[in-house]
Design a protein around this ligand. Structure first.
Ligand code: ADP
Ligand code: ASP
Ligand code: MG
Length: 601
């Protein structure tokens, strides 16, 4: 007899018939002798509709009242599902987040789970009941110990389900949704997207945070950290769907189910070199040509960043192993000879990385890393950010003291430090999936002083207000006063708060100014085999160039490459990159939502 946690999304419980079908599925599992905890979302688009009602009544509704309102959506579906189960002769009881004992932080709108008090749910299961739980909600103890309903953030029912599975040590957590599982990309935008039989939690975490809305990123974090067997499956079939795999196996500790440190490793890679190409033309095909030429020459490029300057020319900076420096220099120079532009190269560098899960989703972590290095007066030559790894390229002479400081700051044991890890060739695909995110805005801070600590203070100012940033690019070129520019992207919904957060800092930097970029879309490719496969980035840039799409900003991390393109090119870019990596196949499914495939919402 197995314990199953099954989560049913909005479309899966979107009508009376759908709820009955869910009840039948649960009934079959009970007949087979399994115990079931069912976690439900609000029916259909209820949460959007409730949000619309709130906005029509108050332009800035209190967060507490938003939680009171939105939590009602899941209560409707939980009670209806329990009734449907009774109708089919299956004993069931519905429970709200507070009744289940899902205890969260005292924050409204995006609370993280601290613990799940499982006694009550276990008792109900022991009595042979199916327990139907309202997803997306929990309870805080609140100021003065008063319990308040909290919600976990949009899409958070996935997180409720995986957290319950972790706390109950369930045999499996199944996320039932309106697609056959995790696909190589969103089938609404690319109809020939293919099902993945398996995906690692690290890859999924990157994909989910880069726009693959099929799973809430925090659900993937929990599955990864506590090794929860997690499957994404279709509500419309018995196909096995996609299995998420994880190697990590933490125990739920004192610090809180979702609040443990996201950093569980530090890596140092010595013998690195940086090549910086500046003043190169800003037009489609340049990055493709450069990285294809480097790949043909057998040079494995690691990190890449590109930023556009004053809309007319680009700087591209990338790293290679120091042993490839001279070769990479001459290959790059040969490309520049026909394009124009300048080349600077330097060796003697080290890459220092922190790794884990949900790093950029917690804004204080990257800020903490940069602050730690700036306190040691270490200059950050290049920064690469992602959910599973944040890396800084620094001077090798500072390597040892940087490692010690970072290990201490993040409380990382010697056994969790990897020195000069080998790139192991695995049979993992270079690109497993691609994702599109149109919820990002691009900002540039012009005239940032050129000294250690500027990226740190920028990130810290934003982190203090809970704002995460990504694709942080420090310009190679300097203004006549020696200052530089720093570009980054952040969520559109954080945009106006970023102005307020950065104002005091900018006031301290003479001539500094914040500049808003054009509307953007971020397109990202993710694959565990990327680091060991030369030429992946070049293939992505080629796919975009062949589609006539110009790349504004490039930012890579170990298992992902992201490009920022004009917003209106977003879907075309997604389709081009998906096809470019040969991820398409037969068109055999479409989402069972109200939206049609190819809808561009
Ligand atoms: P639910 O209501 O079941 O939680 P969601 O709408 O949150 O469903 O997530 C499912 C949707 O995620 C799909 O309908 C699909 O359009 C979208 N999606 C985006 N990227 C992917 C992907 N890589 N694989 C599968 N679905 C994806
Ligand atoms: N109903 C909530 C939402 O629409 C939570 C969820 O469905 O996961 O965001
Ligand atoms: Mg969802």
């Amino acid at each position: 007899m197995a314990l199953l946690v099954q989560k049913f999304g909005g479309t899966s419980v979107g009508s009376v018939e759908r709820i009955q079908a869910v009840a039948e599925r649960i009934g079959r599992c009970r007949d087979a002798g399994d115990s079931v905890v069912a976690v439900v979302s609000a029916m259909g688009h209820t949460t959007d509709e409730l949000t619309g009602l709130a906005a029509a009544i108050n332009t800035s509704p209190p967060q507490r009242e938003m939680d009171m309102l939105l939590a009602s959506g899941e209560q409707v579906s939980m009670a209806l599902l329990a009734m449907a189960l009774h109708q089919q002769g299956v004993t069931a009881v519905s429970m709200t987040g507070p009744q289940v004992g899902i205890v969260t932080e005292s924050i409204h709108g995006r609370a993280r789970i601290l613990e799940i008090r499982t006694d009550r749910i276990r008792n109900q299961l022991n009595e042979g009941q199916v327990v139907v739980v309202a997803g997306f909600q929990g309870t805080s103890s609140g100021p003065g110990g008063i319990a308040e309903i909290t919600t976990l953030g949009r899409g958070g029912s996935d997180t409720s389900a995986v957290a319950l599975a972790a706390a109950l040590e369930a045999d499996v957590c199944e996320i039932y949704t309106d697609v056959p599982g995790v696909l190589s990309t969103d089938p609404r935008k690319v109809p020939d997207a293919q099902l993945m039989a398996e995906v690692s939690c690290d890859e999924m975490l990157e994909l989910a945070s880069l726009g693959a809305s099929v799973l809430h990123p925090r659900a993937v974090e929990i599955a990864r950290n506590y090794c929860v067997p997690l499957r994404v499956r279709s509500s419309w079939s018995d196909e096995p769907g996609t299995l998420l795999t994880s190697r990590c196996n933490r125990l739920i500790g004192q610090s809180g189910l979702e609040l443990g440190s996201p950093v569980d490793g530090v890596e140092q890679m010595e013998g690195q070199a940086v090549l910086a190409l500046s003043h190169i033309p800003d037009q489609p095909g340049i990055a493709a040509r450069l990285f294809e030429t480097l790949s043909t020459a057998g040079i494995n490029v690691d990190l890449i960043i590109q930023a556009t300057h004053e809309g007319s020319s680009n700087d591209i900076t990338f790293t290679v192993a120091e042993s490839d420096l001279e070769h990479a220099r001459s290959v790059s120079q040969s490309v520049l000879d026909s394009l124009g532009g300048e080349l600077a190269a330097e060796g003697g560098l080290t890459k220092l990385s922190i790794s884990g899960a949900g790093i950029m989703g917690r804004p204080g972590i990257a800020a903490g890393l940069f602050n730690c290095l700036s306190q040691q007066k270490i200059n950050l030559r290049l920064i690469a950010t992602s959910e599973v790894k944040v890396s800084c390229v620094i001077d090798s002479a500072s390597g040892r003291k940087a490692l010690q400081a970072v290990q201490q700051a993040f409380d990382v044991a010697d056994s969790q430090v990897r020195m000069n890890p080998e790139l192991s060739c695995t049979d993992e695909p270079e690109v497993r999936g691609v994702a599109l995110d149109r919820d990002q805005a691009q900002l540039t801070v012009r005239h940032v002083p050129n000294r250690p600590g500027t990226a740190a203070s920028l990130c810290s100012s934003l982190a203090e207000r809970g704002i995460s940033l990504d694709a942080i690019v420090q310009s190679e070129r300097q203004h006549s006063d020696g200052s530089r520019d720093i570009s980054f992207i952040l969520r559109k919904e954080d945009r106006s708060r970023a102005d307020v957060a950065l104002a005091p800092l900018l006031a301290q930097w003479p001539g500094a100014a914040l500049e808003e970029g054009d509307a953007i879309a971020r397109i990202s490719a993710v694959g565990a085999g990327m680091p060991a496969t030369p030429g992946t980035a070049g293939r992505m840039f080629r796919a975009l160039a062949d589609a006539g799409i110009n790349i504004g900003l490039i930012a890579t991390s170990e298992i992902r490459t992201s490009c920022v393109v004009p917003e209106q090119n977003g879907v075309a870019a997604l389709q081009a990159v998906h096809a470019g990596f040969g991820l398409g196949g037969q068109e055999h499914h479409q989402a069972h939502g109200t939206a049609s495939p190819l809808d561009n919402d």
